[in-house]
Design a protein around this ligand. Sequence first.
Ligand code: SF4
Ligand code: SF4
Length: 305
Amino acid sequence: MYRIRFHGRGGQGMKTAGRILGTAFFLAGFEVQDAPRYGAERRGAPIFAYVRASRNPIFERGIISRPDLIIVADDHLPAMPGSGVLAGAGEQTVFLIYSNEEASLWQERLNLQGSVFTLPPLAENELRFRGAACAGGAAALLAELDVELLAEAVREEIDPLGSELVADNLEVALAAYAALAVNRGTVHEGGPVSAIDYASPDWLKLPCEETLLSAPAIHAPATSEMSQTGLWRSERPLIDESRCKRCWWICSTFCPDGAIQVDEERRPHIDYGHCKGCMVCLNQCPTHAITAVPEEEAAAQGEKP
Ligand code: SF4
Ligand code: SF4
């Protein structure tokens, strides 16, 4: 059975990637499971989707704990422990990542034992089709999935969104497939996983200090300062000072990431390192002082990220 996990951020198309790959397997005659997994978080948060494919009925359920292939759509994720990118990676696990850095660097950095590949770079206007690129790259590494099956799966999955999006997704998926086709067949099916093989973890004795006060350790939002959730954002909220009435308690309270700070003069300032671009502030601002500007447009205007 093939066990495949796609990791990305909410909004990067990992659910779609899983569906495309799952459909390609199905068209090739496999039994398939594909499902995304995410919580109540907004887009920008780490999520994953997984695909199981087998020539026999699949009785295995739940999250894939021993993947044969891991695809990572955002190269900031491996550094985030909560993303679980490396969970269960073993000697046979192939790793495919969207990154400007060399595959050999990732191999060394993450101490990966299996083969490591990178997806070809996407143009700025293609980034929203990253899911299709991940599906295309993954399909290229699987001996059973040829380019016709991939194309048919993309058409089937994207068709409800219109012919223009089918064409865009197809172009990106096929380019990723072509770039990685030389490695076709690198991913191999994993053997059966049985509960008998489960090794319980060693007993750990944790030191315990006497506490005088029982209280939560986290007292404020946005304490994960090192986690740059603003790295993924397709649109940037910009505050027009001339329209801002300094009713700061509205936008700063509604921002789910605590990314709006208020200065001594009651002016709101957006922390773009942690603003995920969810546009809740835009919808709440009573004077419409906040507008959404595409990232590339804001950068071209000289706005600092
Ligand atoms: S809610 Fe709008 S008008 Fe009020 S402080 Fe925030 S940006 Fe300014
Ligand atoms: S600043 Fe606005 S767009 Fe950014 S995370 Fe907060 S509510 Fe969302």
